[in-house]
Every structure is written in structure tokens, then in C-alpha cells.
Ligand binder design. Structure first.
Ligand SMILES: Nc1ncnc2c1ncn2[C@@H]1O[C@H](COP(=O)(O)OP(=O)(O)OP(=O)(O)O)[C@@H](O)[C@H]1O
Length: 234
């Protein structure tokens, strides 16, 4: 479904990505893990076209993701940003319905927004609140509702549990897994939270020194020697 082949991206002299080849199949949930500063966000940006790789390519549905095809790709994708990143000046429902409102009347967009808010456990009383009035966990939920508002085929989750306590993090992880299962969406999650990996992922890839050091089923990760340092089991 989405694949990178030999992605290289250098800032200054040291390559951040040094030949990253990784793929995620339709309906699969892939988690990309790695220490802070290993290039997880750069990889995501290269896939989204926010950074241009120095070498390598991104494929979508088996074909190179050119600038022309990227518009279709972006139309079918949703994203939960780190820290939720809601627009401060828009109410919760307007945030959730941000994309929908560009192509349908407000009443219709609001109804869909309320439905998505309910899916993430937020009642209609939150719809007219402003983002500043939400707690951290509620903001994440609203961000999640916005990510799924347009029924995306591909969803990216960037550090979905950052800033949440373990109980709230576990709830968000469970919610994400439920949504991914229910919608059949292809999911890519960037995280260093291993509880997220266990809850959300089918597969996990470790990014280390610019390359994929290990890639395999989540069920196998505890036995993987390459992951020992990362898991703290060494
Ligand atoms: N636009 C840029 N210009 C220069 N250096 C950059 C740029 N973007 C990223 N980097 C560098 O690339 C490296 C990888 O950054 P990246 O944000 O991808 O790490 P990360 O794995 O996502 O880290 P974290 O888990 O802390 O978010 C860092 O050393 C960062 O300073």
C-alpha cells in the first residue's frame, strides 16, 4: 500500500535517513520506533512530501508517489498530530469538520463531526467548546475524531500518547486499535511508547542510525535481539 525504497535524507553532513526501505500493506498497522532524533518524523515528512528525500522513492499502491499523485494520496489520508494540534480559533466540531466543510454544508458537516466525536467518547456537549477548554486527553480524542472525520484509507499517528498519563494513554491506544480494526484503515504510528506498539501494531520497525534495524510482527519483538537495547531488556 505504502512503501519507501532506499530513502536518504541528509541535513548538514550526517544522513538522518541512510537508505530506509519499509512497507505497509493495506489494512495493516505498522509502528515505527526509534530513539529520539533518529529520523522518525523526517521519514513521515518524506512520505507526506513535506521533505524531499535526497535519494530513494515513496510508492503508493505500487506506483511512485509523484507530486501529481500526492494530491489523491493526501485526500485519502488522516493524521493525528503530536499534541493533537487543534486550531485554537475553531470550536471542537469545526476542528473535526475542517475538511468536510470545504465540500458540504455546515449542518451536514456538523452531524458527521458529532458522530465522530461520539466514536472517540466525546459527547455533543464538547462540540461547541474551544480547544483551550479541553484537557490533554480530550484534545487527543478531538484530534483523533478529526483524523477519522473523512473516513481515511490511511491514518498516521504521530506520538499518540505523548503527554498522557498511563491510564489515558492506554485508553487512547485502545481507541486507536478499535478504529483501525473497524475501518480497515492502513495505519502508521510513530512512537517510542512500547505500550502503544503492543496495543496498536501488527508490525513494528526499529529505525536506528538511519536504517531499519529490525522489522517484524509485534508478537515476535520480545525475542528479537536487535530490539533488546531499545526495549531495555539487555
Ligand atoms: N529541517 C531540518 N533541518 C535540519 N535538521 C533537521 C531538520 N529536520 C530534522 N532534522 C534533524 O534530523 C534528526 C532527526 O529528527 P526527527 O525529528 O526526525 O527525529 P525523531 O526520531 O522524530 O525524534 P523524536 O522522537 O524526538 O520526535 C534530528 O537530529 C534533527 O535535528
Amino acid at each position: 500500500m505504502i512503501e519507501t525504497r532506499g530513502l536518504v535524507k541528509t541535513f548538514g553532513t550526517k544522513p538522518v535517513l541512510d537508505g530506509v526501505s519499509i512497507g505497509v500493506r493495506q489494512g495493516e498497522s505498522l509502528c515505527v520506533i526509534g530513539q529520539s532524533g533518529t529520523g522518525k518524523s523526517v521519514l513521515l515528512k518524506c512520505i507526506l512530501g513535506l521533505e524531499t528525500p535526497d535519494a530513494g522513492e515513496v510508492l503508493w499502491r505500487g506506483q511512485t508517489l509523484t507530486a501529481a499523485r500526492r494530491r489523491d494520496f493526501l485526500a485519502s489520508f488522516g493524521m493525528l498530530f503530536q499534541g493533537a494540534a487543534l486550531f485554537d480559533s475553531l470550536s471542537v466540531w469545526q476542528n473535526v469538520a475542517f475538511r468536510l466543510r470545504q465540500r458540504m454544508p455546515d449542518a451536514e458537516a456538523r452531524a458527521i463531526a458529532l458522530d465522530k466525536l461520539a466514536r472517540v467518547g466525546l459527547g455533543s456537549e464538547t462540540a461547541d467548546l474551544m480547544p483551550a477548554e479541553l484537557s490533554g486527553g480530550m484534545s487527543k480524542r478531538a484530534g483523533l475524531a478529526r483524523a477519522i472525520a473523512d473516513d481515511p484509507a490511511v491514518i498516521f499517528f504521530d506520538e499518540p500518547t505523548t503527554g498522557l498519563d498511563p491510564i489515558r494513554a492506554a485508553r487512547i491506544n485502545a481507541l486507536i486499535r478499535g478504529i483501525v480494526d473497524e475501518t480497515g484503515a492502513t495505519a502508521i504510528t510513530i512512537t517510542h511508547d512500547m505500550s502503544s506498539v503492543r496495543a496498536i501494531g501488527d508490525r513494528v520497525a526499529l529505525l536506528q542510525e538511519g536504517r531499519i534495524a529490525w522489522d517484524g510482527p509485534v508478537a515476535d519483538m520480545d525475542q528479537a535481539a536487535a530490539l533488546r537495547g531499545f526495549l531495555g531488556t539487555e
